[in-house]
Write a protein that binds this ligand. Sequence first.
Ligand code: ASP
Length: 432
Amino acid sequence: MQLYNKILLGLILGAVVGAVANFLDIGWLQSFLIALEPIGTAFIRAITMIVIPLVVASLMIGTASLGDLTKLGRIGGKTVGFYLCTTAVAVTIGLLVSNVIKPGSGIDEATRDQLAGDAMDEAAGAMTLAEEAPTVIETLLSVIPRNPVQAAAELDLLPLIFFTIIFGAAVSVIAPKRRDAVITFFEGVNDASMVIIDWVMKLAPYAVFALIGAVVARFGTDLLQSLLVYSLTVVLGLLLHLMITYGLAVRFLAKLNFWQFLKRVAKAPLVAFSTSSSNATLPVTMETAEEELGVSKPVSSFVLPLGATINMDGTALYQAVAVMFIAQIYGIDIGITEQLVVVLTATLASIGAAGVPSAGIITLIIVLNAVGLGQHVQAGIALILGVDRILDMIRTSVNVTGDLTASAVIARSEGEELSFRSRDEERVAAPV
Ligand code: ASP
């Protein structure tokens, strides 16, 4: 059985067993599933362990062997442009579905206050984290690392990407003999990292079972009922973004068959769904782009780590729906001007959000403040916190699919011949 089928099976089994334990209120089964969670955590740690060696090695090879910095600049410009545009489209879709469905209009005040009351303390924690968020200037400056080793140690990808590009560019201009030695070394590091990913991925189906089983077993089903319309609005928006925005980009810009594309890349969004982290999924995303789509290293090594850090369409879309939901529930009118503010701030907030679980709900506070919902921030966050874990899983899958879409689009725009690998790992022509 293909690995991706096994992961899917793990996910479905985890969800089913978790749901049985939860809905039938079988205490021992719930405890058993929660006790299995460390298997999932071990997987997340093991796969995150390989992020730094893989990103550094692959970006180093990518830039050092390019030998042409203008090409890198061009790829960079296109990548950031594509990311900003798709994120703004995602927010717009989020606003559209919320305006049509009005998820916050069906909840009465008593339910609202009870829901918010239950999670007020947790929401206060998120607000403290948001207060510590740096300003725009500080964020821009922090892209230049004072110490690249520290950036690596803290899994701070943006400064590390910056340093590695500068270093790789420098390597590309040194004496060929030494340059080749450096490139060969990092090629070895890259290959070994890929081997480790293959090993760790063998654990994926069991880890996914453990992660999903524990989430579903723990989940409050009453909560889901009250927040069902809100959750479905987010999911509908995400689906529309996936099918329309990515569907069109893959078909017309990357010139690939969208269904084939989804099938080929599915492993990465599945891991994203189970881990709720774009960063943890990054090694799988990079392996998938290179091995399943045939994206070249200079493109994948740049587009994907950058995407895991700054491109979060799913998060931005979710933030748009959350803002509208909270406004509707408190009876506050969000007009067209405020909605434009949402497009701007949610796009920026999703760039600022780290690729880790629950990052989106923290940067949501920035968007809520920007549209004048400051007074309701804590209660608003408390209101939606209960379903955030589940929505985080779904939006993270979309974030990662967006990164993969970008890698295919940018590769094609650079004249690369993309191809799907056949089952026996032979390359076959890319069908449109
Ligand atoms: N968990 C998301 C990610 O890693 C970020 C978020 O929306 O919370 O992509």
